[in-house]
Write a protein that binds this ligand. Structure first.
Ligand code: NAD
Length: 373
């Protein structure tokens, strides 16, 4: 199959879907890979490195779009890319169709076959192509706190680490999932006192087994939260807040409980979500203050660590990409129900229930669909 790796066009997106090491694997499976010139530059990979790995370098995006059968990308489609979708093409990328109505219109009207990274599942019902980005976002969120704590960056001048003779900083993390654990691992390795709040005791028990002793686990309730707010230098939110919830975990008035100079990092960055005062920000304008408290709520933290993100994302997507390329769309989707869970559409039919419900569209059950193939 001919695979096309494109340069992402979303502002501040530096990641690339395939890195030279994974291109080499794809080529070893007998496929042809076209990489748009400069596609890897934001992640630190040159055209020459891709060529050495066996890729053909395309001088323009048009060349990749027209030659490739399978488009291997990172971000969703933008309007200028819609015209390349048709029933002979496969799209494999983060699609987020539920959030992008126009993109969904294009996917359905074009008849393209599409699999969304974010919906591929593993046998435990988890999302293996979201996990690596969540871990990075958690770690990156903690590093942002380290940056904004510095006096030269307008902070109180605190080093978030264990320094002899100085009180150990306290980092409170709400949510013991992928983001929370990524943040906790890094914050703890710097010697901070780390507290994780969650409602899921099993998740905390599992994490306790491998995180060091300077991480404690607390049930997320009002009493524990208030104590943590009073004592913490950083409050890092790492929970996905249901869109239909109108309440919050941390209210505007709670910010008054926080220590002078303490900051909020909201990795989940849901506007008015678990933290009432959070609204998502970008790398161009990452922070703002509410009630005197600095908030960092960047919605695309992994892109700041584009090389690490590209390598871990490419490693994670490669086995699924190879199944699609080796077997073809129908066989790969029929044989692997975890990959099937990621199918957004085929032949103009929407197979992702969540998007159908959200956008009031007809839905085709993927289990029924594959029976007819
Ligand atoms: N900003 C970014 O760049 C970026 C990148 C990746 C992920 N994210 C976002 O980060 C969020 C977390 O992702 P994840 O992969 O860690 O999710 P996850 O599902 O692995 O973890 C969420 C955790 O929150 C806990 N939780 C749920 N309700 C709670 C409550 N009321 N109190 C305390 N804990 C509660 C759950 O038990 C779970 O352990 C998501 O919203 C995701 O979209 C942001």
């Amino acid at each position: 199959m001919v695979i096309g790796v494109l340069k992402e066009i979303k502002p501040n997106e530096y990641r690339v879907a395939a890195v030279p090491a994974t291109v080499q694997e794809i080529v070893r499976h007998g496929h042809e890979v076209y990489v748009e010139t400069g596609a890897g530059v934001g992640s630190g990979y040159s055209d020459e490195e891709y060529a050495a790995a066996g890729a053909k370098i395309a001088a323009t995006a048009e060349e990749v779009w027209s030659k490739a059968q399978l488009y291997y990308k990172v971000k969703e489609l933008f309007p200028q890319e819609f015209k390349w979708m048709n029933p002979d093409k496969i799209l494999f990328t983060y699609i987020h169709s539920n959030a992008h109505r126009e993109e969904t219109d294009c996917l359905l009207s074009s008849g393209v076959s599409a699999v969304a990274y974010e919906d591929v599942q593993d046998r435990n019902g988890r999302f293996p192509l979201l996990r690596p980005m969540s871990e990075l976002a958690g770690k990156g969120g903690f590093l942002a706190a380290c940056y904004y704590m510095q006096a030269v960056n307008g902070g109180p001048g605190k080093l978030l680490a264990n320094v002899a003779g100085v009180e150990t900083p306290v980092i409170t993390i709400i949510g013991c999932g992928n983001v929370g654990l990524g943040a906790a691992e890094l914050a703890a390795s710097f010697g901070n006192e780390v507290r994780i709040l969650d409602v899921n005791i099993d998740a905390m028990l599992a994490a306790k087994k491998y995180l060091p002793g300077n991480v404690s686990f607390l049930v997320s309730n009002r009493a524990n939260l208030e104590k943590c707010l009073r004592e913490s230098d950083v409050l890092l939110n790492a929970i996905l807040w249901p869109k239909d919830r109108k309440d919050h975990i941390v209210y505007r008035r709670d910010l008054g409980l926080m220590k002078k100079g303490a900051i909020v990092v909201d990795v989940a960055c849901d506007d008015g979500g678990a933290i009432e005062t959070c609204r998502s920000t970008t790398h161009d304008n990452p922070v703002y203050r509410e009630e005197g408290v600095l908030h960092y709520c960047v919605d695309n933290i992994p892109s700041a660590f584009a090389q690490t993100a590209s390598v871990t994302l490419a490693n994670s997507t490669l086995p699924y990409l190879l199944q699609l390329a080796d077997k073809g769309f129908k066989k790969a989707i029929s044989e692997n129900r975890y990959l099937r869970a990621g199918m957004t559409c085929w032949g103009g039919r929407l197979t992702l229930r969540e998007t159908a419900l959200k956008q009031g569209r007809e839905w085709t059950d993927p289990e029924e669909l594959v029976k007819g193939w």
